[in-house]
Design a protein around this ligand. Sequence first.
Ligand code: GTP
Ligand code: NA
Ligand code: MG
Length: 351
Amino acid sequence: SEPERPKYRAPVCCVMGHVDTGKTKLLDKIRRTNVQTGEAGGITQQIGATFFPADAIERQTDALTRTAKKKMEMLVPGLLVIDTPGHESFSNLRSRGSSLCDIAIVVVDLMHGIEPQCVESLEMLRKNKTPFVVALNKIDRCYAWKSPADSPIYQPFKVSQKEQEQATLNEFKARTNDVIVQFAELGFNAALYYENPDYRTHISLIPTSAHTGEGIPDLLLMLVQLTQRMMAKQLYLQPELEATVLEVKAVPGLGTTIDIILVNGSIREGDEIVVCGMEGPIHTKIRALLTPHPMKELRVKTPYQHHKVVHAAQGIKISAHNLENAVAGTSLLVVGPDDDVEDLKEEVMED
Ligand code: GTP
Ligand code: NA
Ligand code: MG
């Protein structure tokens, strides 16, 4: 029998920003993976997806929450984090990622301030009315910044700040203020998250280092708090499926597969699906429903977990017949008991 259906789905969180600001490295630090070093030229060229389970988030935020009067309650099962490319030629992938997400992390290199593809990302988020936080990354590059010794639990920013000499803090403050001015010029109020007067009117800036892990607890806590406070209703797991095809890939032993993002609803092994194809609609049946293990990147080949059912949000690899001509970036539909397959075929081809 199937385990009980969860009440909440995981929020989808999209990581966006200019090239080389440290988007993938931040995710690597949280996951303890080395995806970035395996990329050609260190450049991300595809959308990625990683499930961060609630227990891993609780562990990394414990230093911030254990002294709080009211313990943080994780309502959501975790976060589905989408990595996007920052290179200028991948606007379409940034647009796709931003249209799927509930919340975003915009990564800014503190040494460079706001750069062109960051502006582009902000415009996409503004257009979709998507809330976001900013990771002010590479704080360790401030002159004479003192970072903590390596530890499996990363250091909250407050603790880091105390360790710094005044001159280093002054540089940090000056650079942060420059970024705040740049945001103002773009029409956004922004403030360091611990000085933010109102998260509904001001964007929170969270200082981070993807090399040392400093500020990662703050970033994760902010994401969970914002999603749970601002959009609890939006996060009810719905019966209706919402899913997008990311990639079409041949995998030895599995044949042609599609990688999808399941944004809402639930999907089962054996479900009949309809997707858009280059030579007309594709109607097929899910042979295997696979996910990477938690904290592993969907776009990197890893040992997969097999599932009978997967609830949103998740990055999923689907193995089925006839997927060779599937088109990335289009919707995936599941044929329900009352659906007419011909209607669904028309619907997917409209994408
Ligand atoms: P694209 O996906 O290609 O847009 O880049 P990205 O934003 O994912 O950046 P990536 O993770 O590839 O990092 C770019 C470079 O910045 C790498 O050489 C990283 O080692 C370096 N880097 C990232 N984060 C930090 C940081 O916090 N501190 C320092 N010192 N270097 C960093
Ligand atoms: Na890069
Ligand atoms: Mg990257």
